[in-house]
Design a protein around this ligand. Structure first.
Ligand SMILES: O=C(O)/C=C/c1cccc(O)c1
Length: 509
């Protein structure tokens, strides 16, 4: 008997998300972090609509929603702060949430922590470092102890996750290498709280100042919290540049020490790295331990939360005995190309923003100013454990369900596979068995105004119905993480598609 089904190394937002998801699925989780308390300072500041869907699965979407603000503008600005162009943030998302939100991290980390500590089966061990980790054929053996003390304890878990940040001990202990995609820029990040009663500065939700003399960033994080960042020239001393006496003059247009507190100033080198594999034996990497990207699309923490959601359902299948351990290779295959797409896109935006050559910057500005339409939202598809239907790997539409108090579909069905169709499908014994093995829910979803049979769901509008019809499908199988596994028309195609997905699992064995 192991001490835990899953040991998680690192208790930041990604480790917390995974602990909550696995605990809610009924698994025994232990999470270690060498810090005795939650990190008190803000780092991430952006969540997107997919992260909100994952928060639904964690049972904290409403609580987090209370603590965050929609971030509908992402402006690319000239040095004089006039608008050059913008990125899409106000679009209608498939999940039913706003495309983007900003937050002050300490406001939401407490919500994550309370959810983790109150989930049955989840144990949090802060102030405990992991010193060794070994993956054997049967289990993972970790030795842990309090930092600075010689005492050690052995912990055995069926699986372990390294969610221990960019300098991951777990990644290094497993000997997993990283690919460097070559982005490197050092910026000073400043978090500011405006004094109560003071007027709030005029700052866009997100503003990137494309000034070749010094690229800058500013954002409203909600309430009285703001972030200003500026890029350092090569050779500049990051310690001096992050000292308050150097930072305040850069903020003087908006705030000064009589109107605001500087909560944190720190120099960071933004980089672009991806681990060669996200799995070694029974250990998987998640979050910054597996990938790092420049922050310009606000996708760092969101990508880590996607890792947690994918890992949660894949580990659940394996722990339940429905898939072999080797199926966890699908985790790397599902997450690595997807996060690489975000790293590359973040680098592309970063290269636009960080241009310091005035001639190239002027050419860039001409192109941006001539752009008539906002580019489409960047939503890459996942490409592993999905079928070959055009919808496969894309984000499934999540309707509100009128005859379930207007709740979002995932809240009605739970964090599980779901076979959805606009009319009942007559499934044979093989399909029924495959759906049972997946732990799938089945639901008939009818458009607003139709008369439901008993048990049918009625959507609040026609979004789901129209989405499915537009692709010629009459059923869709949605993964617990919200991506379409596969879709098709007719009971026969359902049988073939499920057989092919199970084939992928069988090949793993
Ligand atoms: O996506 C956002 O809203 C924020 C992005 C961003 C850009 C530059 C620097 C950051 O720390 C965040």
């Amino acid at each position: 008997m192991t001490d835990a089904d899953v040991a998680i190394v690192g208790y930041g937002p990604v480790g917390q998300s995974l602990a909550i998801l696995l605990g809610r699925l009924g698994w025994r989780v232990v999470a270690f972090d060498r810090q005795p308390e939650l990190y008190p300072l803000p780092r991430a500041c952006h969540l997107d609509h997919e992260a909100m869907r994952i928060l639904q699965a964690m049972g904290i979407a409403d609580a987090v929603h209370e603590a965050i603000v929609p971030a509908r503008e992402y402006l690319l600005l000239r040095a004089d702060l006039s608008v050059l162009s913008d990125l899409p943030r106000g679009w209608r998302t498939p999940t039913g949430w706003e495309a983007s939100y900003h937050f002050f991290q300490p406001d939401i980390e407490g919500i994550f922590d309370r959810a983790a500590t109150s989930t049955p089966g989840v144990r949090i061990r802060q102030g405990v470092e992991v010193r060794t980790i070994e993956s054997t054929a049967q289990e993972v053996v970790l030795t842990v102890g309090a930092p600075g003390s010689p005492g050690t304890e052995t912990v055995r878990a069926t699986f372990a996750i390294g969610a221990d940040g960019a300098n991951s001990f777990v990644r290094r202990a497993l000997g997993i290498g990283e690919e460097d995609l070559g982005f490197e820029a050092t910026w000073v990040v400043n978090d500011v709280e405006v004094h109560e009663g003071r007027s709030l500065p005029d700052v866009p939700d997100t503003g990137q100042v494309l000034d070749p003399a010094q690229p800058r960033h500013m954002a409203w994080l909600g309430g009285r919290h703001y972030r200003w960042e500026f890029m350092l020239s090569p050779g500049a001393d990051p310690v001096q540049a992050a000292a308050p006496e150097a930072v305040w003059p850069t903020l003087s247009r908006w705030v000064d020490p009589s109107t605001a507190d500087l909560l944190r100033s720190a120099a960071y080198t933004f980089r672009s790295l991806v681990a060669d594999t996200f799995r070694s034996g029974r250990v998987m990497l998640a979050g910054d331990a597996a990938h790092l990207m420049p922050p310009f699309m606000g996708q760092g923490m969101v990508s880590g939360m996607r890792d947690a959601a994918t890992l949660a359902w894949m580990l659940d299948l394996v722990l339940r005995g429905s898939a072999p351990v080797a199926f966890l290779d699908a985790y790397t295959r599902s997450r690595r190309p997807h996060v690489l797409a975000f790293i590359r896109q973040s680098m592309e935006v970063g290269l636009l923003v960080c241009e310091t050559d005035p001639v190239k910057a002027a050419a860039r500005d001409r192109v941006l100013a001539a752009q008539i339409e906002t580019p489409p939202p960047f939503q890459p598809a996942v490409t592993a454990f999905v079928g070959d239907h055009p919808l496969a790997g894309t984000i499934a539409v999540q309707p509100r369900i009128a005859n379930r108090d207007g709740r979002l579909l995932d809240d009605v069905l739970g964090f599980r596979f779901a076979l959805l169709s606009p009319a009942a499908i007559d499934v044979g014994a093989d399909v029924a068995a495959a759906l049972r093995r997946l732990g799938a829910a089945t639901a008939v979803i009818r458009p607003r105004g139709s008369a439901p049979s008993e048990g049918d769901l009625v959507e609040a509008d026609r979004r789901f119905t129209d989405w499915l019809a537009a692709s010629g499908a009459d059923w869709v199988l949605v993964r617990p993480d919200g991506y379409v596994a596969t879709a098709g028309a007719g009971a026969e195609s359902l049988e073939e598609s499920l057989a092919s997905l199970w084939g992928e699992i069988a090949v793993a064995a």
